[in-house]
Write a protein of this length. Structure first.
Length: 316
């Protein structure tokens, strides 16, 4: 290869507008996927930093996230849902639908306080999440949720999580500690894990997006990603684990919530068995597709109320 992988993705960023217009591979029916005879996932881990701009990620020194890029499929033109704020987007990542469907339209949403009722809800009033579907459809699966922005869990029904832990902004390394302990304890079980860090977003709000402090916060988070990768390798679990790296929105100046390219276009990375390596995703992608992709990995059909689609080009 004449250019480095990082240079390749930087070139992809520059050409992003054209790439986003590339022809989309039509979504395959679940029945077709079921015939593929691909082995269901053993373990899927989502690692996510809040508020990551594509150009911020590319500028930062992130050898561990770069490793995921090298070993997986990457979209640098994924679009988040509107508004470009945290709770609507992470709800969309984890429920396979947008705010017009799940009803989480702002950061103040709670199960007892909302403006728009979800089109479907469980007995407790929550729109069905990937946690609920997996616990009901995959026998013996373990689920875990770790977060350090307190309202983040408000849109998820916690009864479908086997392990969960919250922490303060600066204490997110403790979440990685807990996650690794839980993985070791259940290394023989199927598992879905969500591991979140708000610190990058908070630095954007206090020091501005693309400031030296913001770039440093991404690099600090990358150290934790490296800890997880090293742990999985030491435990002999890395090759069999699907890892996704996602975010919710970008930012401009000291904020976000608008519709600028810097706020609405985000990175989306996936690596693991059956996923193309060093592949640049050019088909249109959206935050609602994350949960759909997780279910596909586990061989589970998504609920009819979900609108997400799987980016088919990522598979070998």
């Amino acid at each position: 290869m004449d250019i480095s992988r990082r240079d390749f993705f930087k070139k992809s960023l520059i050409a992003g507008a054209g790439a986003a217009a590339a022809t989309m591979v039509g979504p395959l029916a679940f029945e077709a996927a079921a015939k593929s005879k691909k082995k269901a996932a053993k373990r899927v881990i989502i690692m996510t930093f809040d508020g990551i701009r594509v150009d911020g990620l590319l500028q930062a020194h992130t050898p561990n996230i770069d490793k995921l890029m090298d070993e997986g499929s990457v979209s640098l033109t994924t679009r988040d849902v509107m508004p470009s704020v945290t709770l609507p987007n992470y709800t969309s990542h984890l429920t396979g639908a947008g705010p017009e469907v799940h009803g989480v339209a702002d950061n103040s949403w709670t199960v007892n306080k909302y403006k728009l009722q979800p089109v479907e809800s469980d007995a407790d009033g929550y729109f069905p999440s990937v946690f609920k579907v997996l616990k009901e459809k995959v026998q013996g699966i373990k689920t875990a949720y770790y977060w350090n922005w307190k309202p983040l869990i408000n849109a998820m029904n916690p009864k479908y999580m086997d392990d969960k832990m919250s922490a303060d902004d600066e204490e997110y390394p403790a979440l990685y500690d807990q996650a690794m302990k839980y993985i070791r304890r259940h290394k023989k079980d199927k598992m879905f894990m969500f591991l979140y860090n708000v610190h990058t977003d908070h630095v954007g709000h206090t020091s501005s997006w693309m400031s030296p402090e913001y770039i440093k916060s991404i690099e600090e988070g990358d150290v934790q990603v490296g800890r997880m990768i090293d742990f999985l390798k030491k435990e002999g679990l890395y090759e069999e684990t699907h890892i996704m790296f996602i975010t919710d929105h970008g930012g401009v100046g000291f904020g976000h919530g608008g519709v600028s390219h810097e706020e609405m276009i985000v990175p989306w990375i996936i690596k693991g068995p059956g996923i193309k390596k060093g592949f640049s995703i050019t088909e249109p992608n959206n935050t609602v597709n994350t949960a759909s992709t997780v279910l596909r990995l586990f061989g589970v059909e998504q609920p009819l109320c979900w609108t997400g689609e799987v980016p088919e080009s990522i598979f070998l």
